[in-house]
Design a protein around this ligand. Structure first.
Ligand SMILES: Cc1cc2nc3c(=O)[nH]c(=O)nc-3n(C[C@H](O)[C@H](O)[C@H](O)COP(=O)(O)O)c2cc1C
Length: 226
């Protein structure tokens, strides 16, 4: 498990190599085995492959393009919950910029290059070419505090994927398109979108996968007793 934690990273380019259904099931079973909290199942996982994955990608990419052309459409795509703060502030805004520009810089995308930025962002909506897209939903009535359990489950999925030689990228970028995603996966009116996740084999040659988010030194996030 230590190796899985040490090698887990958000992968943003996958090979087309298929992932067997049995392997996906194994990962989900293992991820849920220590997760039987008060709500028994932390979230519902909708597994998208093949045509269902492709159809969702096409719909959401089209919506993403339309939103760029007509920003006023934003009102049609409310986020299910505030994943990001409504207003960024220090020191988080600096860290966010450092990560964002680190990633775009590696890809040679400059601040003025809006077309390439849009295209790179849109790769989220193709699951970065991963053959498997996971969509996580939870029961709306469980409330925001249940997101903690979902986060724990998501981390388990990412680590068990590593144990099976696979990689992941958790994705909140999909959240604003919940209005498209939820009907597509056949979610009930009681379900709310938590986020999505790309799952597959990392492309070892892709430059984007050389990006490693810097880690904070322990003294920056740990306060010890005097
Ligand atoms: C809940 C969640 C949502 C995320 N959403 C996105 C996303 O939409 N697109 C993306 O490229 N990365 C996304 N990330 C990845 C983070 O940027 C990444 O986890 C962070 O920079 C740390 O890097 P690492 O995962 O490589 O350790 C998300 C991470 C989490 C935990």
């Amino acid at each position: 498990m230590h190796a899985a934690m040490a090698t887990r990273m958000s992968v943003r380019a996958f090979t087309p190599q298929a992932v067997a259904r049995g392997l996906i099931e194994r990962i989900l079973v293992d991820a849920a085995c220590d997760n039987l909290g008060a709500a028994a199942a932390p979230c519902t996982v909708h597994v998208l492959q093949g045509r269902s994955r492709q159809a969702l990608c096409e719909q959401v990419c089209a919506a993403h393009d339309a939103l760029r052309a007509e920003p006023a459409l934003q009102a049609q795509y409310p986020e299910p919950y505030d994943y990001y703060p409504r207003q960024w502030f220090s020191p988080y805004i600096e860290r966010r910029r450092e990560n964002g520009w680190g990633l775009y810089g590696l890809l040679g995308i400059g601040r003025a290059d809006k077309d390439r930025m849009h295209a790179q962002h849109q790769r989220n909506y193709r699951f970065f070419d991963a053959p498997v897209g996971l969509v996580f939903t939870m029961d709306r009535a469980l409330g925001a505090e249940h997101l903690l359990s979902c986060g724990r489950f998501l981390q388990n999925v990412m680590l068990h994927a590593r144990l099976q030689g696979l990689h992941t990228c958790p994705q909140a970028a999909w959240n604003q398109f919940a209005g498209i995603i939820l009907p597509h996966v056949g979610a009930t009116a009681d379900e709310v979108l938590v986020c999505a996740m790309a799952l597959g084999h990392a492309d070892p040659d892709a430059v984007v996968n050389r990006f490693h988010t810097p880690r904070l030194p322990v003294q920056d996030f740990c306060r010890t007793m005097p």
